[in-house]
Design a protein around this ligand. Structure first.
Ligand code: NDP
Length: 684
C-alpha cells in the first residue's frame, strides 16, 4: 500500500502504523494510506517560524510574486500526473480543471498582484495623515509580514485549489504554510506538494504537509500564526474554541456550511434568454463536482406562478447529465469523494424530506456509465420541492453536500430577500434578472447576508465566471453560517498575513522608513536635474525648486482657444457675480501644463523615456492673471519594471510629487505624476 508522505522540516516522512486507507471514489479500490502517528508537530511549527518565515520575509513582494509565477509554470508541466489522481477522487475532467488549473491560476493571479505592491519586504497602507498645524508631525500605516505560519485545514472537495488558493496569498505576504488537506483526498494534495518541493522554487520551510490527523499541532500555535479552516461547522467550532487559540488570540479564518441561493427575477419568463441562463446555471451548480462545492446552489427561489415551469425545465436539463466514470469522455458528473460522503448526503436528504418532496432523481438508484453504481460513490442529482419556505427551517439549514437543491416559491422581492437571509449567512448568491432595478433591490436588501452576489443576465452570461467560482481578486467567504471569514480578495487577502502598524513621526522620518516621500519632509537638493538621472541614480526625496512664471490673461485666452475649453470662468467678459470666482481664472490643466514646462528638463535627450500619466491631480486655489507660479518637484516613489520581452528597454516608473505654489507660497495645485525612466545601460 502506498503510504503517503508528510513533509516535515523539509523531509518526507511516513507516519507510524498502517494508517487510514483511502479509496478510489469510482471503483472502491484502495489508493493509499495516510498516517501522521509519531510526527513531531511542535517541531513543524518551530521550523516554520525559524526557517520558513525568515526565508520568505527577506524577499520583496516582487521576488515572492516571481516565485509564484515560476511555480505556476512548473506545475503546469505536471498536469497529467495530477489529473490521473484527480479522477480517482470522483472528479470529471471539468471538475479536475477547476481544482488543479484553478489552483494554479490562483498562483498566477497572486504573482501578478506583486505589481500592486512595492519592491520591498513591507508595504505602505493608504494615505499619510497630517496630525499637526505646522506639518512637522504625521501618521501613516505600514504592513509587515507576520512572523508566524499559516496553518490551512482544508476540505476534501478541492485537494489542490484548496491548498493553492490559500498558499498563494500567504506566500505573497511573506509567510510560510503548513497544509493539512482532508485525509480522504490527500493523495492528490501530496502529489502536488511533491512536485512543488521537487521544483526547488520555494525557499526551505515555505511549505510543510500533514496527510492525516493534526495531532497536537494546535497546542503550539502563537499570535503570529493564522489558522484557516474549510469544512463542517461542527469541526470549525470545535477547533475555534481550542484553548491555545483563545489564549494566544490566534486569528482563525473559518469557512463552513453555506446554504447558497439563486433567485429568478419576476421579470423573467420562459421565452427570455435569462430563463435558459437560470436553468443552465442551476444544473451546472448541482452537477459540477457532484455538488460538493462550498458555493453550490442549495436553495432556488422562484416566483410562485413559475414554479412548475421551472422544476419541469430543470428536471429535463438534469436528465441530460450523464453520470459515471470520469475517465469516460461522455460523463458529465462523477462520483462523490467516497462512500462516507455518499452516506452523509443521503442522511442529510432524509432530513430535508421531512419538509420537501423529490421532483427529480432518487436516493437509492442511479444510472451510471462505465462504472459500478454500488462500488463507486455515485448518487443521482436530487431536486427537491418545498411549498412553504417560511415555515420550514431545514431547507435553510441542512446542507446536503452533493448534487442536491431545493426549489421554493416567493411572491415578491421583499419575500425573496427575506428567504435568502434565512440561510443565516452564505458564501454567495445569484439573481437572474434583466432588470437592474430588481437587481439593485436584491443587492441592497440581501447584501448583508452574502459574501458575493452575482447578477446574471444575457448582458454578461457568456463571459460570466459563474455563481460557484470564487475568484482570486474577489473576496471569498461569507457572514454567519458561512463562517464569517474572508479569503483571497486580492490585496485584502494578503493583509490577513501582515500586521498593520500605525506609525507616527516627522514627515522626514516617515519618508525614510517607508521609502515613499511624504509631503513636508526635508527634500534632498541636488545640482543635477533629476531627469538627467537613470532609474538607479534617483533618490527618494530628491527635489528641485523651479523658476517662476507669470500667468497672463492672454495666456488663458490662448489656452482656451487651443484646448477649445471656453468654460465661462476662463473668459474675461463673464459677469462673475454669483460664481466661485472674482475674475477670469486660469484653467487647472493650463496650470498643470505650465508646471510641466517648469519642471521638465527640455531639449536634450535624457533617461526619461516618457510621461506615464498622472495618479492624482487637485486644483486647490484659483490662479488669476498676474499670479506668479513655481513648482516644488520631488521624487516620491520608485517602482522597478520587469522586462517582458528581451528587446524591452530596462526601466522603472518614477512617481513625482508636483506641488504648484503661487507668489505667496500657497499651494494652488498638487499632483503625483509618473515618468518611465531608463535603467543604466547594461542593467536590468
Ligand atoms: P470536516 O469538518 O470533517 O473536515 C474538514 C477538515 O477538518 C478536514 O481536513 C479534516 O481532516 C479536518 N478535521 C476534522 N476534525 C479535525 C480535528 N479534530 N482537528 C483538526 N482537524 C480536523 O468536514 P468534511 O471535509 O468531512 O466535510 C463535512 C461537511 O462540511 C460537508 O458535508 C459539508 O457540509 C461541509 N463542507 C463545507 C465546505 C465549505 O467550504 N463550506 C467544504 C467542504 C465541506 P480529516 O479529513 O483528516 O478528518
Amino acid at each position: 500500500m502506498n503510504k503517503l508522505g508528510n513533509l516535515v522540516r523539509n523531509e518526507w516522512i511516513t507516519g507510524d502504523g498502517d494508517g487510514q486507507f483511502l479509496y478510489n471514489a469510482v471503483t472502491g479500490e484502495p489508493v493509499a494510506a495516510a498516517t501522521t502517528n509519531g510526527l513531531d508537530f511542535k517541531a513543524m511549527v518551530d521550523y516554520a517560524h525559524s526557517v520558513g518565515n525568515p526565508n520568505l520575509r527577506r524577499l520583496t513582494f516582487h521576488e515572492r510574486g516571481r516565485m509564484l509565477r515560476a511555480l505556476a509554470l512548473y506545475l503546469r508541466n505536471h498536469l497529467d500526473t495530477f489529473y490521473a489522481l484527480s479522477y480517482k477522487t470522483g472528479a470529471t475532467k471539468a471538475d479536475s480543471w477547476i481544482d488543479i488549473e484553478g489552483g494554479i491560476g490562483n498562483l498566477f493571479a497572486y504573482a501578478s498582484l506583486r505589481r500592486k505592491f512595492p519592491d520591498e519586504t513591507f508595504a505602505v497602507d493608504g494615505e499619510g495623515i497630517s496630525l499637526s498645524k505646522q506639518n512637522t508631525f504625521m501618521g501613516h500605516h505600514m504592513l509587515v509580514p507576520k512572523e508566524g505560519v499559516a496553518i490551512h485545514i482544508n476540505a476534501f472537495n478541492f485537494p489542490v485549489w484548496g491548498m493553492l488558493e490559500k498558499c498563494a496569498v500567504n506566500w505573497l505576504a511573506g509567510v510560510p504554510a503548513i497544509v493539512k488537506p482532508a485525509t480522504v483526498t490527500s493523495y492528490l494534495t501530496e502529489a502536488v506538494v511533491k512536485a512543488i518541493i521537487a521544483s526547488g522554487i520555494l525557499p526551505k520551510g515555505a511549505l510543510q504537509l500533514i496527510c492525516g490527523s493534526v495531532g497536537d499541532l494546535l497546542d503550539h500555535v502563537t499570535a503570529q500564526d493564522v489558522i484557516t479552516f474549510t469544512g463542517s461547522k461542527s469541526t470549525a467550532l470545535q477547533l475555534k474554541k481550542h484553548d491555545r487559540i483563545l489564549q494566544e488570540s490566534v486569528p482563525f479564518n473559518m469557512e463552513a456550511d453555506s446554504l447558497n441561493c439563486i433567485v429568478l427575477g419576476d421579470d423573467v419568463s420562459p421565452a427570455d434568454a435569462e430563463w435558459d441562463i437560470f436553468i443552465k446555471e442551476i444544473r451546472k451548480e448541482m452537477t459540477v463536482k457532484a455538488g460538493q462545492k462550498c458555493t453550490a446552489i442549495r436553495r432556488i427561489f422562484v416566483p410562485e406562478n413559475k414554479m412548475e415551469d421551472v422544476w419541469k425545465a430543470l428536471s429535463k436539463s438534469l436528465s441530460q447529465t450523464v453520470i459515471g466514470n470520469p475517465l469516460n469522455d461522455k460523463v458529465r458528473m462523477g462520483a462523490l469523494a467516497g462512500q462516507s460522503q455518499r452516506n452523509e448526503v443521503k442522511q442529510q436528504v432524509q432530513k430535508l424530506l421531512a419538509s420537501t418532496q423529490i421532483v427529480y432523481g432518487a436516493l437509492d438508484s442511479v444510472e451510471v456509465m462505465d462504472a459500478d453504481a454500488n462500488k463507486g460513490a455515485f448518487i443521482s442529482p436530487i431536486l427537491l420541492l418545498n411549498e412553504k419556505p417560511f415555515t420550514s427551517t431545514a431547507v435553510h439549514e441542512v446542507e446536503a453536500f452533493g448534487p442536491v437543491s431545493t426549489i421554493m416559491p416567493y411572491t415578491n422581492m421583499e419575500e425573496a430577500i427575506a428567504l435568502s437571509k434565512l440561510g443565516k449567512g452564505s458564501l454567495c448568491s445569484s439573481i437572474v434578472t434583466a432588470n437592474d432595478r430588481i437587481a439593485k433591490q436584491y443587492v441592497l436588501g440581501a447584501g448583508t447576508h452574502h459574501g458575493r452576489i452575482l447578477i446574471l443576465n444575457k448582458a454578461c452570461a457568456k463571459e460570466s465566471t459563474g455563481h460557484g467560482s470564487p475568484l482570486p481578486m474577489l473576496v471569498h467567504g461569507g457572514p454567519g453560517r458561512a463562517g464569517g471569514g474572508e479569503e483571497m480578495g486580492g490585496i485584502r487577502g494578503v493583509q490577513h498575513y501582515m500586521q498593520r502598524v500605525a506609525i507616527q513621526g516627522s514627515p522626514t522620518s516617515i519618508t525614510n522608513i517607508t521609502n515613499v516621500y511624504q509631503q513636508y519632509a526635508k527634500g534632498i537638493e541636488n545640482a543635477i536635474h533629476p531627469f538627467k538621472k537613470y532609474f538607479e541614480e534617483l533618490q527618494i526625496g530628491e527635489q528641485i525648486i523651479t523658476s517662476k512664471r507669470i500667468i497672463t490673461s492672454e495666456d488663458i485666452d490662448k489656452f482656451a482657444d487651443i484646448s477649445g475649453d471656453h468654460f465661462y470662468a476662463h473668459l474675461t467678459h463673464t459677469d462673475f457675480t454669483g460664481t466661485m470666482f472674482e475674475q477670469q481664472v486660469a484653467h487647472g490643466y493650463f496650470i498643470m501644463s505650465i508646471a510641466a514646462g517648469l519642471f521638465v528638463y527640455s531639449y536634450e535627450k535624457n533617461p526619461v523615456l516618457l510621461n506615464y500619466g498622472i495618479d492624482e491631480l487637485r486644483f486647490t486655489k484659483p490662479v488669476y492673471p498676474g499670479t506668479e507660479i513655481y513648482v516644488r518637484f520631488t521624487c516620491k516613489e520608485k517602482i522597478p519594471q520587469e522586462q517582458r520581452e528581451p528587446t524591452d528597454l530596462p526601466r522603472g516608473i518614477a512617481k513625482w510629487l508636483v506641488e504648484i505654489l503661487d507668489d505667496s507660497n500657497e499651494q494652488v495645485g498638487i499632483a503625483t505624476i509618473l515618468t518611465m525612466v531608463a535603467k543604466k545601460p547594461g542593467h536590468n
